[in-house]
Every structure is written in structure tokens, then in C-alpha cells.
Design a protein around this ligand. Structure first.
Ligand code: SF4
Length: 315
């Protein structure tokens, strides 16, 4: 089970300034089948609900939190609440954070900043800023960006890969387990960052005979950095061709032709990634190609999340 820290209002809690929620059904109904949630709400903690709205005001580079109507400076109460909520999520073994967009607390690059007189553009809200500083190379997104099918697919893939990395870190006992982990992630890592994939291979080879603990630590640090990279159609096509190359000797000429045609149609955005993956999986089963069937890239998350069934996914 994944454990995700999520803005409480996205989980349906009526905790916004006006006692409403901003329930996000993808998070609760789809991800919720595979995730436990750690809710947070720094504003509720600081000011209760309902409450006056706040805004971030920049004063000589200093961020002040001011209530919009009564013009009170509530910076200290807000900073204390942010610290409290940060400690709460740090004490849990989370593998991702989902923030509510446009909020002065939770917005990820979408919180409005003001000077005394005018809007100063959009940046990270106070809690989002603190999360980014403490959770480096970590899956963090805001719900508004997850409407984009490509970003959503990338983010969910990253969540499941990060959780796998956490489990490996906790439970690893032999070098073979690290080798198996890297083998299973081969094509997924290639689809993210080819050069990093090769470095990770060298780390696993462990020519310097480092201890299992040291090598695992080095490996997972780069692994987490690598899965943050966004895939692209070009990189995905490259990986699909590698996969086909892996069992091309077994395939009949018409199967090869069909697969190449599907890959081209995926490249031209005529068919979604799931169609090509379905054919590869079918043929890998037919020829009992266990190496391919064990690839995370084939099934990086539960199928019923159906994240690869739109043309735009996998871009
Ligand atoms: S502070 Fe964050 S969690 Fe709380 S209501 Fe605002 S956006 Fe939602």
C-alpha cells in the first residue's frame, strides 16, 4: 500500500476557509484503492475553520502572511502550523505528496504573491515551499497538474517506483535482490534517462566491492533522481523498440510487422500506449519471455488505474 500526504480539502474534508472541500475523485476513488492518506491542512491548524482568507505579501524579500480583510499579520502562527504539519508527514513513511493548487499554503508554483499594492506573480505556497526543501528528489505534485494525462501517468509511475525503492531499502538482504530490482526496472529507467540507467548498471556491478548497505544507498539515491524525469514519446518509442528487439528471433514476420506498425501508430499519436503494451505482453506470454514479463515498464502500477489508455499519455 502506498502512503501519500495529501491536502485535506482534496480528500473531501470541509476544511477550506469557507468550510467547503475541493474533493478530488481521482485521488480518493482511484489512487485510494492502493493508498493510505496522511491529510494535512496548515491553515486549519493555525486559524480553525471557517476563517478569514490569507495572502502572502513580500516585504523586502521577507514573506509575510496577512489576513485579507482585517490586515492582521499572522506570519508566526502560519509558520508554526507549517512546521507542525511538516513534522507530521515526515514521521510517516510517505512516498508522495499531493497539494491543492492556487492556495497560499499548498499551491505548487501556483500561489499568488503580493507586494503591498499589487500582485507579484505565482510561486510556491508556504507549505509547498517547505515540502520541496525537505523532500528532495521526491514525488510532489498539485492536483490541477494531474488533469494532464501525461503528467498524471508520470507521477503515478513515480509513486509506485518510489514505494518499491522504500521497500527495497528496508528489506534488502542480498546483492542479488539489488540486481533483480535493477533488472526489473531496466526499461522503465531507460524510458526516463538512458545515461543514468547505464550509471545505475555500473553501480550494481559493484566492481569496487563496496558493502551492500553502501551500494544500495548509492543506487537508490540515483534511482530516485532518475524516476523524477518525465518520459517522452521519443524515449518511449526507443524503449518499445528495445523490447521488441529482445524477442524478435521468436516472433513471426507478421507479428514483427504488426508490432512495428503499432509502435509507429503510437509515435504518430493514433493509438495509445496501452495498445502496444497489450500486444507486447500477449506475445511475451505466448513465447514465455519471462525477462520481458518481469519488466516494471510493462506494468508499472495496477492496470485498473487505466493511465495509458489515452493518446496523450506516454508523451
Ligand atoms: S491550507 Fe491546503 S489543505 Fe488546507 S484548505 Fe487550504 S489548500 Fe486545502
Amino acid at each position: 500500500m502506498l502512503k501519500l500526504a495529501v491536502s485535506a480539502c482534496l480528500l473531501g474534508e470541509q476544511i477550506r476557509y469557507d468550510k467547503t472541500a475541493q474533493h478530488d475523485r481521482f485521488i480518493t476513488d482511484k489512487l485510494g484503492k492502493y493508498a493510505l492518506f496522511v491529510p494535512f491542512c496548515p491553515e486549519h491548524l493555525a486559524f480553525g475553520t471557517p476563517r478569514e482568507t490569507i495572502r502572502i505579501v513580500l516585504e523586502e524579500e521577507r514573506k509575510k502572511v496577512i489576513t485579507v480583510f482585517s490586515k492582521n499579520d499572522v506570519t508566526q502562527a502560519m509558520n508554526e502550523a507549517v512546521e507542525h504539519e511538516l513534522h507530521k508527514i515526515q514521521s510517516e513513511e510517505i512516498c508522495g505528496i499531493i497539494l491543492k493548487s492556487k492556495s497560499p499554503s499548498c499551491g505548487l508554483g501556483s500561489a499568488k504573491y503580493y507586494t503591498e499594492k499589487m500582485s507579484e506573480g505565482k510561486k510556491d505556497g508556504l507549505f509547498a515551499f517547505t515540502c520541496k526543501a525537505h523532500f528532495v528528489d521526491f514525488p510532489i505534485e498539485e492536483e490541477a497538474r494531474l488533469i494532464d494525462p501525461c503528467l498524471r501517468e508520470n507521477f503515478v509511475m513515480q509513486l509506485f517506483a518510489y514505494e518499491d525503492a522504500l521497500q527495497l531499502q528496508k528489506n534488502i538482504k542480498t546483492m542479488q535482490e539489488l540486481v533483480s530490482f535493477h533488472t526489473a526496472y531496466k526499461f522503465l529507467l531507460q524510458s526516463k534517462h538512458e545515461a543514468n540507467y547505464r550509471i545505475l548498471g555500473k553501480i550494481v556491478a559493484n566492481h569496487e566491492k563496496k558493502s551492500l548497505q553502501e551500494i544500495t544507498q548509492t543506487y537508490l539515491t540515483l534511482f530516485k533522481k532518475t524516476i523524477v524525469y518525465k518520459g517522452s514519446i521519443g524515449k518511449t518509442v526507443n524503449v518499445l523498440q528495445h523490447m521488441v528487439g529482445f524477442f524478435k528471433k521468436e516472433l513471426t514476420s507478421s507479428e514483427k510487422e504488426e508490432l512495428h506498425m503499432q509502435i509507429e501508430e503510437f509515435r504518430d499519436e493514433i493509438i495509445p500506449l496501452i495498445a502496444v503494451m497489450g500486444t507486447i505482453e500477449f506475445l511475451a506470454k505466448k513465447y514465455n519471455t519471462t525477462y520481458l514479463l518481469g519488466q516494471k515498464f510493462l506494468n508499472p502500477y495496477p492496470k485498473d488505474l487505466s493511465l495509458r489508455s489515452m493518446i496523450q499519455e506516454g508523451k
